[in-house]
Design a protein around this ligand. Sequence first.
Ligand SMILES: [Zn+2]
Length: 313
Amino acid sequence: MEKLIKNRVEEEQPQWMKIFKRVIGKNQLTHAYLFEGQDIDSAYDFSLWVAQGIYCQEVLEGSCGECSICRRIETSDFPDVTTIIPEGQTIKVDQIRDIKQTFIRSGMESRTKVLIVKNAEKMTTSAANSLLKFIEEPDGMMYIFFLTNNINKILPTIQSRCQHIFLKPVSKQVIASTLEEDSSLSKKQTELIAELVDSKQKAVELSSDEWFNSARETVSKWFQYLEKKNALAFVFVQQYLVKMAKEKEQQFLILDLLLSFYRLKLKEEIASEQFSQRDSNEAIEKILFARRKLEANVSFQNVCEQLVWQLLF
Ligand SMILES: [Zn+2]
């Protein structure tokens, strides 16, 4: 059974949950928040949980998560809580107008409204300006939560009117276990992907990408050669890696995959208190150095071959 929003927020944002419980309990919520976090779904969960806290009558601080109001907010079946998401690449001014109309018409449940703007960085300037009026003259009780993973693209006029909350990155463990529930990947594979990304969405995207999955298997073999100090690791570069990674982005991903294999190895060593940690640490530094060379436009083949020499000898 899928976890309730309340449980996910407890797991992903425990500190902010504690702070907001107090704020909600004292009725001290601000009317406009900017929730910034790399994992936009996690930020969305958090904003819905705050919305539950505004309406839930069962508990004073935060939400019960289980009453009919909490349930309806969770399943987007509560007209006073509305979410705007981008239509195509942007959030358009027409969408904002529609929402205003809906708010004027509905208002059945209560006078308090919550508007959540997901991927707020995708608002067009006119959409943002239209929303600014909401913020400046809150009509009745109006709360707006802007969610973003790219604060630099949020208009300064919006930023200055909101309280900025920097959400915690979702832990590797949570990313891996989400992926494990969603896919047929093994625990090891999900842990590897979690090392590479900073959000659940990116993890799910990567795990269903065909190129990535074959790259993951190829780099896994490369890693095994390197671990065994087998000189085949050198030939492997030209034979497989260069052919497979034609685009710069793919080349970085190959190095990042190798990096993740070593990071996982290091984690295991630390957990089991083994003392080969130095090797793994050194390997990680060498890969990071190789990555910088690739950034400086050294050819991918040269970067990888030099890296193999350094890791083998
Ligand atoms: Zn409730």
